[in-house]
Design a binder for this molecule. Structure first.
Ligand code: ADP
Length: 747
């Protein structure tokens, strides 16, 4: 049941700006209006709150239209000295009371949220004081005894406790990986070394994840300074070994707050000098600076902000009037709510631990995913071709891609190959999916075969959708035996899972299949069981969002509605998430289905919208949403019925969705999966009855499911999991993109 205590909500963005803030503003404003509350924007953060007057203005439905793709914040942000003082906060309280604002959404970093927490706790005293001074009436004071505050974490550093991701981080990682990819290509041409400095005074998240995503050769972060006194020698030895194994460039990523174990800063230029002096390397420094904050938000940031903004309003409108301030965050793809004060304290505890030199504490406060990423990165950076170990029997581990290509497949094959060789095993690459496997196209992958694969899209090994049948299994068994394959890793989509499942089921007939077999989810469709996000889906989503941004921009002057058809087979993930990220009026998925009544309703909304002055319409349609009412049909229907008001164009995005270099998230995920898959296969290879399994990820937890679970987890007819977490987001997409409720229309 919804209990609405608050009727007027203030919203502000404060501190450092971060991409995605606009999506949070849009979602909060529209969710509030839809639920019957009003929203005032407080321009320029706390400065606007202290100044009041024209700095606080009402927002309507349309004032937050067309802002999803814009970086920064449309309501401005600032740092405000006055708000640190009680006198400043007293002024701010008066300004809020004047407009009878009794709920506040603060979007910012730990500083902004600390200020919000103090303000909320002080509120009753401030109100009393204002009434005593005669600044406000007694009635006004009595009717606003509390100020409800909800904080949303926005910081490109990802340094906020209470949310596994903060608004802006993913976009900053996009900017960094784009820059490092570009730097790597020039570095390789000249065999140079580059030291790249990224943001993060007390948080190494950007440096660590960027290093993982770009295949960098060394990284230094504040939470884990190089341990040894002679870390310079160690770094140089690793870089030298890399050069000797054939690498043409070296990339070192340094967080701006990097320091040594004694707390002395390590600056990019210090590293340049060390490398020039000790290795004689031609070394350049690039400090990325504010580029990292800028630009259009990534698909992830738009959706994260939208989900959090929506949840913030729900929290304000449903919590009791004297509710504690909370931080709305995300963990394992689910919205979370934590005491704001506790989040601020824990966030600051990391900075304190770093200043006190307690790096173990700093690392443990960052959480398990951070530690795991650090461990994987250092294993990869220090990995080198090793002779087979004398203790353990070297294994022959085969890896292949299957199904359609997905960005990140190469990243995973590279990590699997190098980590496997480092452990003394032999890695075999199977070419062209199961088609190549049946034909025996199997070759050894060595250290240099996978050079440069960390950052490239497509499938270097080659892939196919072939699913083996009858006599094909004899061929597979023969090749497993003749190549003495001890374990098999399949990185792929539905076709790969189906083929692996068949092998698993035929183990009695073909004893050769009694090896560990593991499927890792890699498909842009994101339709694989056990995995909330498969490798490639994030890249595809960003491809769609970038294309749709351009399509929308092309039509601003022409009253045009676009019907955009996106991939996904029978899974609506790409359609829904791209619709949410681009502000589509309607998203059609197979899961929800399409009826003629829906189409008529949506058509009349579009006609009404265009009559009111709307310039662009956007409908996103999953490729198999409905066999009869397909995108051609919808186009013809809308064209015919809406011809006097707007034009209709169809955009079939096609294979651009599958292409391109993998996004940072896909690279990171692919590397993590490959490292875990390798450990799993090695362990299973020691067992008499090794597993046939598929790997999943629920939130940030990697899990392994036995193939015997597959039938109960999937809807075989429509080739998708029975449970799909993102379906919960459908109502949000519908609410935020509907036409403005009558009361809030401009006209
Ligand atoms: P961020 O929110 O990005 O961490 P800052 O730390 O600069 O950025 O904080 C932004 C603003 O929040 C400050 O300029 C100030 O107005 C307010 N603020 C920060 N800390 C406090 C505090 N302890 N008390 C009151 N206001 C604060």
């Amino acid at each position: 049941m919804t209990t609405t205590y608050t009727k007027r909500i203030g919203i502000l963005t404060s501190g450092g700006d971060s991409p995605g803030m606009n999506a949070a503003i849009r979602a909060s404003v529209r969710a509030a209006l839809e639920k019957g509350a009003e929203v005032c924007a407080i321009y320029e953060g706390y400065q606007g709150m202290v100044e009041g007057g024209s700095r606080i203005r009402f927002l309507n439905w349309d004032s937050v239209g067309g802002i999803l793709h814009r970086g920064g914040t449309i309501i401005g942000t600032a740092r405000c000295k006055e708000f640190y003082t009680r006198a400043g906060r007293l002024k701010a309280a008066r300004n809020l009371l004047e407009l009878e604002i009794d709920g506040l959404i603060v979007i910012g970093g730990d500083g902004s949220l600390a200020g919000a927490d103090i303000f909320s706790r002080e509120w009753p005293e401030l109100v009393t004081e204002l009434a005593q001074q005669g600044e406000i009436s007694k009635e006004l004071a009595e009717s606003h005894p509390h100020l409800k505050i909800v904080g949303l974490p926005a910081s490109i550093d990802n340094d906020m406790y209470g949310s596994s991701m903060t608004i802006g981080t993913d976009t900053a990682l996009h900017r960094i990986t784009e820059a490092v990819d570009a730097i790597s290509s020039t570095a390789a041409s000249h065999q140079r070394t580059f030291v790249v400095e990224v943001m993060g005074r007390n948080c190494g998240y950007l440096a660590l994840m960027a290093a993982l995503a770009t295949g960098a050769d060394w990284v230094i972060i504040p939470e884990r300074p190089p341990e040894m006194d002679n870390w310079q020698d160690h770094m140089c030895a690793i870089l030298k070994a890399g050069r000797e194994s054939g690498r043409r460039d070296s990339i070192i990523i340094v967080a701006e707050g990097a320091r040594d174990a004694n707390g002395n800063p390590i600056r990019s230029d210090d590293i340049r000098k060390i490398l020039e002096e000790r290795l004689g390397e031609d070394t350049r420094v690039t400090i990325l600076g504010h580029v990292q904050r800028g630009g259009s938000p990534s698909a992830f940031d738009r959706n994260l902000s939208t989900i959090l903004g929506y949840a913030a309003v729900e929290e304000i409108l449903t919590s009791p009037p004297n509710a504690e301030p909370v931080l709305i965050g995300i963990r394992r793809n689910r919205v979370t709510k934590t005491s704001l004060r506790y989040c601020v304290e824990q966030t600051r505890a990391v900075a304190s631990a770093i200043s006190a030199g307690d790096y173990d504490k700093a690392m443990s406060l960052r959480g398990s995913s951070f530690k795991e990423a650090y461990h994987t990165l250092f294993t990869l950076m220090q990995a080198k071709p090793q002779p087979p170990s004398s203790n353990n029997k070297p294994l022959r581990l085969a890896v292949m891609n299957a199904g359609a290509a997905a960005a990140g497949m190469n990243t995973a094959v590279r990590a699997f190959t190098r980590l496997g060789i480092d452990k003394g095993h032999c890695i075999l690459g199977i070419e062209h999916g199961f088609r190549g496997f049946i034909e025996g196209k199997i070759k050894e992958l060595n250290w240099l075969t996978v050079r440069g694969w960390a950052t490239t899209g497509g499938s270097e090994l080659g892939t196919s959708r072939k699913i083996p049948k009858t006599k094909d299994f004899y061929a597979l068994a023969r090749h497993i035996e003749s190549h003495d394959i001890h374990a098999l890793l399949i990185l792929g989509g539905w076709a790969g899972y189906e083929a692996a499942y068949q092998m698993y089921c035929q183990r009695d007939t073909f004893p050769a299949f009694n090896i560990p077999i593991l499927c890792v989810p890699a498909s842009i469709d994101n339709n694989l069981p056990g995995a909330e996000l498969s490798i490639g889906a994030d890249t595809a989503l960003n491809n769609i969002v970038q294309a749709v941004d351009k399509i929308k921009q092309s039509a601003v002057a022409s009253s045009r509605c676009f019907i955009v058809k996106v991939m996904g087979h029978y899974c609506g993930y790409l359609a829904l998430m791209s619709g949410l990220a681009t502000g589509a009026e309607q998203v059609y998925t197979h899961e929800q289905g399409i009826t003629l009544a829906n189409l008529q309703r949506d058509l009349s909304h579009l006609i009404a919208g265009f009559k009111r002055g709307k310039r662009v319409g956007l409908i996103i349609c999953n490729e198999n949403a409905n066999p009869v009412y397909d995108s051609n049909f919808i186009c013809s229907l809308f064209e015919e019925e809406g011809r006097h008001v707007f034009q209709v164009r169809q955009a079939i995005l096609g294979h651009l969705q599958q292409g391109g270099d993998p996004s940072p998230f896909d690279r990171i995920q692919a590397t993590r999966f490959a490292a875990r898959a390798l450990d799993f296969l090695i362990e299973e290879a020691q067992k008499a009855s090794p597993a046939g399994a598929f790997m999943g990820i629920q939130g940030s937890q990697v899990q392994f499911f036995d193939f015997s679970d597959l039938p109960r987890m999937v809807d075989k007819n429509y080739q998708r999991p029975k449970q799909q977490w993102w379906m919960d987001l459908l109502p949000i997409a519908t609410i935020l993109s509907q036409p403005a409720p009558r009361a809030y229309q401009n006209d």
